[in-house]
Each structure stands twice: as structure tokens, then as C-alpha cells.
Design a binder for this molecule. Structure first.
Ligand SMILES: *Cc1c(COP(=O)(O)O)cnc(C)c1O
Length: 391
């Protein structure tokens, strides 16, 4: 790349071309929600019913529709994706001082949920072809680091139990989950799937969110569909689903008027008002997916003539929801990331870098980890482009 300014101009033109010629002057946000279905109707009906809070038909309807869509037995709607992850980890038995394996390259919530359990995040490197947990590196690493005793896995260096692993489908692109499931089985590690970004993505024809013993989805404002704020716990295990419902609703025993609780529960339920909104959003998900796929193709085409960058495309085994369109700066170009981001922002294109890897954040620097070469390389190389379904 010779002249960064010229190069940035070409990038800006490519984004404008792919996103929509009619919006030349407008700000292109990273991911804005689209409300063109039954949102007003359902939210109004919810208000009219006065059942706006933790009880109501929309919560039940949404949970049923979501479970059916993903192909799992049960969905429990909760207040956020982070809450879903926290409870998912509790459900599979993560306890204080356990270690939980997760990618360093993910949103901070994945590690925070581990910390909420009093457990210790243990960072694993990412794979460049999926942007998610690297199965080969993890296999070697576990061979050197983990020992299994009485059907439990321990970190031979720290002595702590490794109770769970949380693969993430980064920006909605499916992680190679089959070898990770095999590894977890072999080492007696529970797999919790962070499918927060991946609703509608498929791995070998099966939905993201259906692989973990328990999985978590997010409906935050910037995700592929939104509840305003919200999340869901998914599982095929009826008992765990009942337990999820119980502890996310303050562990109150059912009774017409008495307040008796049999555990330290959480106030994590999704309000009916949010469920009304997200049910209407779920109805539009197939249309959003089609639009995002088209946008991915348009970006790939528009960026093709540019040297030094490429659009991330789904691996052969996967069908991505393309939640966030992902541009990769190639070898030698990564150093220009921040200059390019600055130029894009000056042109009202609100592109974003990937997260700072979690093992570099103050609160997680001391956590155990393997060598994190790919995660660090990817962070320097990734630019997420405007990706909303309205583009
Ligand atoms: C958004 C997100 C979460 C958390 O979801 P919230 O609803 O924002 O709490 C967790 N993990 C990943 C990978 C996410 O992108």
C-alpha cells in the first residue's frame, strides 16, 4: 500500500458502492436495527394488556418460536446475552476457582460471565479461517497442560479444575465446532456455546446455538435481531431449562401469594415488552439473513480490485449470518488499521476494529493462556464494515 490516504479513498468508495449509492451523504452506522414488521403492533398489544414485565404471553410465544427456529427443545428468554452466559455456566456446574477455556478474541462479556461465577478465564488462541477457537492448537495445548482425574479435567500448572469451554461464533461466522466437541468429550469439559452473535448461522446444516449442552444468544440493540436488550438460554435438556427458568426468576417457589425462594436466584427474566419487540424481529430474520448475504457479496465485489485487503467469507462447512461484515487487512497492511479507521469515520462510515484481546485487558492480564499469536494478528487485521440489514 503506497499512499494510505488514496487507499482510504478507494475503501470509502467501495463501501459506498456496496452499501447503497442512494446514501452517499448519510452516516453509515455499524449496525442499526430495522423495524419493518409487527413491532409496533405487538408492543402496542403488550402495553394494552398491561403485562409489560416478567409475566406475559409474548415471553412464552417468543421462547417457543426461538426454540423451534434453532431446533432445540427449550429456550429461556433472559435480560441479556451476558446473563444467558452467566446462567449457562452455572447450569453446567462451573464453580468458584474453576477455569473456563475461551477465546482471547471475543467480546468482554464472555470472560465477564466466567468471572461472575468466581471462575478464572483461560484464554485460547483463534483460528484464522474461522476467527474462532483454534481446535488444533487447543488439542496440542490440552495434551501439554491438562490432566484427567476421575472424569474431571485439571490444569497441571495451576491445579485448578478446567470445567468448561466457551467457543464463540465471531461476528456470526461459525467456529469449527465438531473437533471442539470431540476434545471436550475426551477431556470431560462441558461445552457452552456463545452464539450471541450467530442467530441464523449454520454449521454443517445445523443451527448455531444447538451444539452446546447449554448455549447463549444475545438480542442487544446491535445484534442481528434485537429486543432492545435481551438474551436467551438454549438447551435440549429439559431439566436444565427448568432450572434456568427457576434461577433467572429469583428462584421463587410457585405459589399464589407466598414469597419463598429456595436458592440465591437472579432477576434475569426478559420483560414481556422486550419479548413483544423481539418476536416481531424474529419473524423478519429470514429476510435479514438474505439481505446480509447480498451485502456480503456486494462488499466482496466492491473490494476485489483493492490490494492488501480481503473480505472474510464463510468456510465451506458453514453458512454465516454475516452479522458483521469483516474486512481483513493482509500482511503488511495491518499497521494502517487505525489510519484507515480514522479516514472511514471522517467519511461518516462508522467501521470498527475487533476487540482488544481480553488477555491484554487489565482485569484479565494475569489469567492463564496459551500463546495468542493469531488473536493478536487478527485484532490488528480486522475492520468491521457497516452491516445493518437496511443497507
Ligand atoms: C453481545 C455479546 C455478548 C453479550 O450480550 P449482551 O446481550 O450484550 O449482554 C456475549 N458474547 C458475545 C460474543 C457478544 O457479541
Amino acid at each position: 500500500m503506497k499512499d494510505t490516504a488514496d487507499y482510504a479513498d478507494n475503501m470509502i468508495a467501495a463501501v459506498r458502492k456496496a452499501a447503497s449509492a442512494s446514501r452517499t451523504q448519510a452516516i453509515l452506522p455499524l449496525h442499526e436495527p430495522v423495524f419493518q414488521g409487527n413491532e409496533w403492533k405487538y408492543v402496542k398489544a403488550c402495553l394494552d394488556s398491561t403485562f409489560v414485565s416478567s409475566v406475559g404471553e409474548y415471553v412464552t410465544r417468543f421462547e417457543k418460536a426461538l426454540a423451534e427456529y434453532v431446533g432445540v427443545k427449550r429456550a429461556v428468554a433472559v435480560a441479556s446475552g451476558t446473563a444467558a452466559l452467566h446462567v449457562a455456566l452455572r447450569l453446567v456446574g462451573v464453580e468458584k476457582n474453576d477455569e473456563v477455556l475461551l477465546p482471547g478474541l471475543t467480546f468482554v462479556a464472555t470472560a465477564n460471565a466466567v468471572a461472575y461465577c468466581g471462575a478464572v478465564p483461560h484464554f485460547v488462541d483463534s483460528d484464522e479461517t474461522t476467527l474462532g477457537l483454534a481446535p488444533c492448537q487447543l488439542k496440542e495445548y490440552l495434551r501439554d497442560t491438562a490432566i484427567v482425574k476421575q472424569q474431571q479435567c485439571f490444569n497441571s500448572k495451576t491445579g485448578r479444575r478446567i470445567k468448561a469451554a466457551v467457543p464463540v461464533h465471531t461476528f456470526g461466522h461459525p467456529v469449527d465446532i465438531a473437533p471442539l466437541l470431540d476434545l471436550c468429550r475426551m477431556y470431560h469439559i462441558e461445552l457452552v456455546e456463545d452464539a450471541a452473535e450467530a442467530l441464523g448461522s449454520l454449521y454443517k446444516g445445523k443451527h448455531a446455538g444447538s451444539f452446546g449442552r447449554v448455549s447463549a444468544i444475545s438480542f442487544n440493540g446491535n445484534k442481528i435481531i434485537t429486543a432492545g436488550g435481551g438474551g436467551a438460554i438454549l438447551t435440549d435438556d429439559e431439566e436444565l431449562a427448568d432450572r434456568a427458568r427457576h434461577i433467572t426468576t429469583t428462584a421463587k417457589l410457585p405459589h399464589p401469594w407466598e414469597y419463598v425462594h429456595d436458592d440465591i436466584g437472579y432477576n434475569y427474566r426478559m420483560p414481556n415488552l422486550n419479548a413483544a419487540l423481539v418476536l416481531a424481529q424474529l419473524e423478519q430474520l429470514p429476510a435479514f439473513l438474505a439481505k446480509k448475504r447480498k451485502l456480503a457479496e456486494a462488499y466482496a465485489k466492491a473490494f476485489k480490485p483493492l490490494e492488501g485487503v480481503r473480505l472474510f467469507t464463510e468456510p465451506a462447512f458453514a453458512r454465516s449470518n454475516y452479522w458483521l461484515q469483516t474486512l481483513l487487512l493482509e500482511e503488511g497492511t495491518e499497521g494502517k488499521r487505525d489510519q484507515l479507521l480514522t479516514a472511514l469515520h471522517e467519511a461518516n462510515i462508522l467501521a470498527r476494529p475487533a476487540w482488544k484481546p481480553l488477555h491484554q485487558l487489565d482485569m484479565y492480564q494475569q489469567c492463564p493462556r496459551m500463546e495468542m499469536k493469531n488473536a493478536e494478528k487478527l485484532t490488528a487485521a480486522i475492520i468491521n464494515l457497516p452491516s445493518g440489514a437496511a443497507l
